[in-house]
Write a protein that binds this ligand. Structure first.
Ligand SMILES: C[S@@+](CC[C@H](N)C(=O)[O-])C[C@H]1O[C@@H](n2cnc3c(N)ncnc32)[C@H](O)[C@@H]1O
Length: 410
């Protein structure tokens, strides 16, 4: 009988590298002391426990530690979060829901022992070793909130199975991209990346160097280097996890010549100039913090942009662009569509920055909605909203010499 060839995910799992040993300096959710939980009388949820009782306990403000089966943690979490299933009507409601979800899920915990989730049937979450390796000495154990455990398990699955961007398929890249914990990496939809690739193909002159700002899992840097053939690419990110992950990723693919830097926007790049700066920033605004809100970490900046991000971007851009250089920002109408903003954040920030930067092109393209409809069987947008669209914004610093001579001749 003929054996079936392993599919790409199985193959990626088989060839996945082991989790790196402890790496100091990465951002990790705070470990909770088991003794502290015992001392406060946290409810223990074991195999025969009444899930309804656990849900009541958590909803009324108590903490519960699951000690039996992973399934109990999943069931209990689903029941606790059930009332929050409703789609939020606006940004404020979305933030309220996010806060409540985090507060509730923080009260349901599971144990971690020697780099493993110590529950029967628990999935692998090997990044535990990389993030908490310093805490496992002497058989020490601790607890982590259910949401964190699930996030770690998902991240590990993503890493092992790999993420496939269609434009980085072999021979462009030998294998899948393997994003590290806490790093933004979504292979769907890819319309904005396709727009960038077309833009690069239509470039009249090939940039000799480029900056990938907010590199995440390194996908834009890989496009710039491997597809567009730009020899000198610098990748930066404000998140140490993204920087570490991208560095490892480039090493794994044997690509040399990338400089990877942990920096907030253009920090640490003083004196360096680029022909091209590409930024695929978060597309949704980071809501203004309110009382009782869980603290933000730098990992939140993978999905949400801070209120001053684009203004600071435009203020700093002239310092890093070569004369004649261009900046490309990949964006979408998501924030506008959902009513989170009332003016386009890039336009608003450019105006507020008082900068002379010019918008030289804005390209828009609908995301592959039909593809999504086929996959999910339901429409993506309310009839009153615009279709979700990807955007590519191109900026240039006006050439002062030619502006002056134009003024003189006028
Ligand atoms: C939407 S993700 C894009 C990641 C990747 N470039 C991609 O296209 O998939 C935005 C990235 O910008 C980073 N970021 C957010 N604020 C930043 C800042 N002030 N400076 C540098 N990077 C930032 C985030 O950490 C995140 O990795």
């Amino acid at each position: 009988m003929q054996r079936e060839a392993p599919n790409a995910v199985t193959e990626a799992r088989r060839t996945a590298p082991p989790a790196p040993a402890f790496v100091p300096g990465l951002v990790r959710p705070e470990a909770v002391d088991i003794d502290e939980l015992k001392a406060e009388g946290a409810l223990l949820v074991d195999k025969g426990s009444d899930i309804e009782e656990a849900v009541r306990w958590i909803t009324e403000g108590g903490r519960a530690l699951v000690v039996g089966h992973w399934r109990d943690l999943e069931r209990c979490r689903a029941a606790v979060l059930k009332p929050l299933k409703r789609a939020p009507a606006n940004a404020k409601e979305a933030e309220k829901q996010r806060t409540l979800k985090k507060q509730l899920s923080d009260r349901l915990l599971g144990r971690v022992v020697q780099g493993r989730i110590a529950l029967q049937g628990a999935p692998r979450a090997d990044f535990l070793l990389t993030l908490y390796g310093d805490l496992f000495g002497g058989g020490r154990q601790f607890a982590l909130p259910s949401g964190v455990l699930m996030g770690l398990a998902n991240a590990w699955q993503y890493f092992e199975g790999g993420v496939r961007f269609p434009f980085l398929a072999p021979p462009v890249l030998s294998g899948p991209v393997r994003p590290f914990y806490g790093v933004y990496a979504y292979p769907h939809p890819v319309t904005h990346f396709e727009m960038l690739i077309e833009w690069l193909q239509n470039c009249s002159s090939r940039p000799t160097n480029a900056l990938d700002l907010g590199t995440g899992c390194g996908v834009v840097a890989l496009v710039l280097r491997q597809l567009a053939g730009i020899p000198d690419v610098v990748a930066t990110d404000v998140s140490p996890n993204a920087v570490y992950g991208a560095q490892e990723e480039f090493k794994r693919h044997g690509i040399v010549g990338f400089k990877v830097l942990c920096s907030d926007l253009f920090e640490g790049l003083e004196g360096q100039r680029f022909d091209l700066v590409v930024f695929n920033p978060p597309w949704l605004p980071l809501p203004t913090p309110s009382a009782n809100e869980p603290p933000r970490t730098v990992l939140d900046l993978g999905n949400f942009y801070s209120s001053d991000l684009f203004r600071r971007f435009f203020e700093g851009l002239p310092e890093v662009l070569n004369p004649g250089g261009r900046a490309v920002v990949l964006f979408s109408n998501h924030a506008f569509n959902r009513g989170y903003v009332h003016e386009h954040p890039l336009r608003e920030a450019l105006r507020d920055s008082n900068s002379s930067i010019q918008i030289t092109q804005v390209l828009r393209r609908d995301f592959d909605i039909e593809g999504r409809r086929r996959r999910t069987g339901r429409p993506q947008v309310k009839p009153s909203l615009e279709e979700p669209a990807a955007e590519l914004w191109e900026f240039r610093i006006p050439d002062l010499a030619s502006t002056d001579s134009a003024k003189r001749s006028a």
